[in-house]
Ligand binder design. Sequence first.
Ligand SMILES: O=c1nc[nH]c2cc3[nH]c(NCCN4CCCCC4)nc3cc12
Ligand SMILES: [Zn+2]
Length: 372
Amino acid sequence: MTTFRWRPEARAGHARAGWLDTAHGSVPTPTFMPVGTAGTVKAMTMDSVRATGAGIVLGNTYHLMLRPGAERVRALGGLHRFMDWPGPILTDSGGFQVMSLGPLRKLDQDGVTFRSHIDGSRHRLTPERSTDIQHALDATITMCFDECPALPAAPDVIAKSMRMSMRWAERCRTAFIQRPGYAQYGIIQGGTEPELRAESVRALTGIGFEGYAIGGLAVGEGQELMFATLDATVPLIPDASPRYLMGVGTPDDLLGSVERGVDMFDCVMPTRAGRTARAYTERGTLNLRNARHATDSRPISPHCDCLACSRHSRAYLHHLFRANEILGPMLLTWHNLAYYQRLMRGMRAAIVDGAFAAHADHLRAQWAMDDW
Ligand SMILES: O=c1nc[nH]c2cc3[nH]c(NCCN4CCCCC4)nc3cc12
Ligand SMILES: [Zn+2]
């Protein structure tokens, strides 16, 4: 019987390398979760997701409750069976997606009523309903139902929103069905206000969760304010608990956040960029639609073992995107996810080897050289 827990392996300042043990296997941290919104990592098979080195993927309550429906996924054996992903799955709780996707929504102290962006049908999410849906999906890690306020916002607006999310966290914890190897994460809110962040951490650790997410960021506040908020918040989270920064981010965001003690990440950037001809490399990004790649026989990256880099040239990817061929997004999404996984593995190895500071300098120097 597996107990859900994060095990430390090595440290470098606030940065940590460890293992996340779950009912669906153990994952090395720090870890990047490919976004599998509607039960698929867009343009990827689950075998190719595994081949990139991913250990855990993210699904979305909002999308899956609208289509195909949580009860249907439960009847078909849960999300692991449905999408044929045997590893751990974390599901976001839906509040953020309703506020950013759902047209016509009404927020009240009890939850949110909204219309589906797919067919306009009416739906309601509450802390209990979101928790029940994530149980029906058989999510390995269930996220609390919260409100992510738009930034910038006045401190009293942030405080009111955070305190409502803390009341919702209590209701989520009550509704959560505890099972060995499964987890529920509280989501820390409080905008960019250190005192409100501290109040939120106290509220959530008072309830007690298997892990803690830093929510309410990557909503336009900018990297400097995001890092300052991490500096004020992460040290207050119990050391033995896994920390997850939601919606982040660029390679530079990931490096700075790992430096500040974050263990888990998710972001649509590598997959969305893969569909829009933007390639991530050790020296920054490339727009492969650009004519300068039309005759370039080199791989996207000489350091990459993905299908695109081992078998094809930049010229071929350029052609595929110019011709609007489906293989373009497939190959480039694979490459971008492989790059993100290689970045996480490299940071982890440097922490274990006691060389993290030097590795961070090397990464930043490389990204500054966009000369290929
Ligand atoms: O506070 C949150 N609670 C629940 N889920 C969240 C998801 C989030 N995703 C983001 N940011 C996503 C940023 N991403 C960057 C690439 C383009 C699309 C948006 N902040 C979040 C905060 C939250
Ligand atoms: Zn590659």
